[in-house]
Design a protein around this ligand. Structure first.
Ligand code: UT7
Length: 326
């Protein structure tokens, strides 16, 4: 089996900043409620860009950071819950936008855990030698599927994209990955697509395709799987928690991260947090955070990080990554 190295990262968020104060003009809420219940201060909202536009910009930055040619990319996997269209896939649209003519492209949907599912899928193709250079993207324009009259969800989410380039390498960049799913919990975080309406169906009304969530159930699930996934992935990698330099959790709610940190007996300084600036961008939170850390110079050769995510499906996953770039 080949080794897999992460050789570049990139991210992009729409320019429009929407503060909690701005949100209080849309629904009956306040900066005090949003800040104290979630830690979110502002989010970016797309005015005229779709998911593939954000993804393509993040992808080009990752390719530049990896210092390879776009033609060298032979696989593109995009994680998204908010695609531009049912078909083509966001990965195919991004392929055209960036000119990655030699790539095989498809999307994965694992909601907020999507980037971890996509990265692990791409890694399998590289380990087996099927492909050499993969571009993995998490891109979301959640603002188009939010119910802007539901204050319990619309204040939580934002738009953004992050990307990573991985390649067949000499050093091991992905030390261990675990993924999980529980379809019985799908009802807790739901966004319906088009229902069956046709000349022969009983149903005549198209469903409203907006996100709905049982926040308390998702909160409990999130804390539980974050703690168990971090423990398991670190143990399975043969390392100990104290060997890990940073944990990059899915950025949904600071209280979820604090509760998990407490149960793991870790300080908050072990966790990278940027949700105050972006809110929850679902499949994009983890690659955006990895890119911010990379660009701030926090990732050095040998740095070990755990990325951990949870979300709709229900799904969850964690990976132990080792930075190999000098
Ligand atoms: O990527 C995974 C996605 N999801 C998550 O990670 C979300 C997990 N869940 C959460 O983060 C939290 O459950 C929430 C932030 C969604 C909600 O926090 P909470 O402390 O569980 O609040 P709650 O749902 O119990 O609501 C408390 C009160 C309610 O009022 P009453 O019934 O006590 O009078 C809500 O109506 O807060 C009210 N409320 C709001 N008030 C002002 C709900 N949303 C808002 C709002 N502004 N935006």
């Amino acid at each position: 089996m080949n080794s897999v190295e992460i050789i570049g990262t990139g991210s992009y968020a729409p320019e429009k900043v929407v503060t909690n104060e701005d949100m209080s003009k849309v629904v009956d809420t306040s900066d005090e409620w949003i800040s104290s219940r979630t830690g979110i201060k502002e989010r970016r909202i797309s005015v005229n860009e779709n998911t593939s536009d954000l993804g393509a910009k993040a992808a080009l930055r990752a390719i530049e950071n990896a210092n390879i040619k776009v033609e060298d990319i032979d696989l593109i996997i995009t994680a998204t819950t908010s695609p531009d269209s049912y078909t083509p896939s966001v990965a195919c649209i991004i392929q055209e936008k960036i000119g990655a003519k030699n790539a095989v492209c498809f999307d994965v949907n694992a909601a907020c855990t999507g980037f971890i599912f996509a990265l692990n899928t791409a890694a399998q193709f590289i380990k087996t030698g099927e492909y050499n250079n993969a571009l993995v993207i998490g891109a979301e324009v959640l603002s188009k599927i939010l119910d802007w009259e539901d204050r319990s969800t619309c204040v939580l989410f934002g738009d953004g994209a992050g990307a990573a380039v991985i390649r067949k390498g000499n050093k091991e960049g992905i030390l261990k990955a675990i993924l999980g799913s529980d379809g019985t919990g799908g009802k807790f975080l739901h966004c319906p697509a088009i229902n069956v309406v046709n000349p022969f169906s009983e149903e005549k009304e198209l469903a409203n395709s907006k996100i709905s969530m049982n926040g308390r159930e998702v909160f409990k699930f999130a804390v539980k799987v974050m703690v168990s996934s971090i423990k398991k992935v670190v143990e399975d990698s043969g390392l100990k928690l104290e060997d890990i330099d940073y944990i990059i959790p899915h950025q949904a709610n600071i209280r979820i991260i604090e509760a998990a940190a407490k149960k793991l007996e870790l300080g908050m300084s072990n966790f990278f947090v940027n949700l105050q600036n972006y809110g929850n961008t679902s499949g994009a939170t983890i690659p955006v955070a990895v890119d911010e850390m990379n660009r701030r110079g926090l990732l050095k050769s040998g740095t070990k990080i755990v990325v951990v995510g949870f979300g709709g499906g229900l799904t969850w996953g964690a990976m132990v990554l080792q930075w190999t770039k000098e």
